[in-house]
Design a protein around this ligand. Structure first.
Ligand code: UDP
Length: 329
């Protein structure tokens, strides 16, 4: 069975390509390589191009008979989305709409969509379940929530079925060390902490120590990229088998503070990690922890690499294997 993985050269997408192929799917990747890396793909057909290019999409959907599409291609930096909302609405919303219409025309009626915990905004209660009010507080979260709503309309009107997966904090790397996170510039906590451990940066900046949490730093729910992709595979199989749209949170249901992440990284790496306390980053909620019972119950998802030390150890292996991945100055 053939599937299209959009953004398959990126961090999560490349792990998904590997897993989908192991599960027996024939995979074609569409990626504009704006942040992905062609060398993350091995013996996979890569089409380099933009989701905004309708002619390219129509051509792709004519050449292949895809059973489903998985869509990982979006801009993900909250701060940037506040400064440049146009970039986020153009790519995350408008280009995605282009994709939906190309799928509709080609009669491809199954989509796995990467959504985010940012659709919940500042949470009213914890842990956050899927019924929690959607009140995104930045253009990134709003762009994802708008697509989720559009998908409901497209389901009702055109029968386009989708599973939206609301990620909490994806982290870690393939345990064999063959794939990992390579954002340029890197903004995520765990890879930045490990860059400090490796001596590639002088310290880790902690954004805020005055939150209403036990140690004053922000709490997040970190989920291993391999577990995240397992959930995508289950979602894909479920969607193809049942033709039922659904929305699921993806997290472990355990929150760790920035301080706990740094302490665990010190233990895992045995390295000194220097810290500098800085001001809060705009738009960071104090705590984001998932209630992921629905995906466990309905899809039978069971994370295998949930421990924070495992997530950090796998990311550390990648960091050490690829010391050449240095952000340009
Ligand atoms: N963070 C930090 N220093 C950094 C990067 C992130 O203190 O250099 C904090 C950030 O404020 C948040 C947590 O780490 O509380 C996770 O941030 P990340 O950017 O990894 O993911 P997000 O939660 O924004 O999706």
């Amino acid at each position: 069975m053939q599937i299209l993985i959009i953004g398959g050269a990126g961090y999560i997408g490349s792990h998904m390509v590997q897993l989908a192929r192991r599960a027996g799917f024939a995979v074609v990747v569409l990626d504009d390589l704006s942040s992905g890396h062609a060398d993350a793909l091995h013996n996979v057909e890569l089409v380099v191009g933009s989701l905004a290019d309708r002619a390219l999409l129509d051509d792709l959907f004519t050449r292949y008979r895809f059973a489903a599409v998985m869509h990982f291609a979006s801009f993900i930096q909250v701060g940037e989305s506040v400064k440049e909302p146009s970039k986020y609405y153009a790519n995350n919303l408008s280009a995605t709409l282009n994709l939906l219409d190309a799928m509709r025309k080609a009669d491809v009626a199954s989509l796995i969509f990467s959504s985010t915990a940012a659709v919940y905004g500042n949470p009213d209660y914890h842990p956050i379940d899927e019924a929690h009010p959607k009140q995104p507080i930045n253009p990134y979260g709003r762009s994802k929530w708008m697509v989720e709503q559009i998908l409901e309309d497209y389901d009702r009107a055109y029968g386009l079925k989708s599973i939206c997966l609301r990620y909490f904090n994806a982290a870690g790397a393939d345990p064999t060390g063959s794939l990992g996170e390579r954002h340029l510039p890197e903004t995520h906590l765990i890879p930045l902490v490990l860059q400090a451990a490796a001596g590639r940066s002088s310290h880790i900046a902690v954004f805020g120590t005055d939150f209403d949490t036990p140690d004053g730093t922000c709490i997040r729910d970190y989920i291993h990229v391999v577990d995240l992709c397992d959930a995508h595979l289950l979602a894909l199989q479920h969607l193809l088998a049942t033709r039922q749209s659904a929305r699921y949170n993806l997290g472990n249901g355990e929150g760790y503070s920035v301080q706990q992440v740094i302490d665990t990284a010190r233990q895992v790496t045995g390295r000194e990690i220097r810290v500098r306390n800085e001001a809060r980053r705009a738009g960071d909620p104090a705590r984001l922890v998932a209630n992921a019972h629905r995906v466990r119950h309905e899809l039978g998802w069971k994370p295998c690499r949930a421990a924070l030390a495992t997530i950090i150890a796998d990311a550390w292996q990648w960091e050490r294997k690829y010391p050449w991945i240095v952000a340009p100055a």
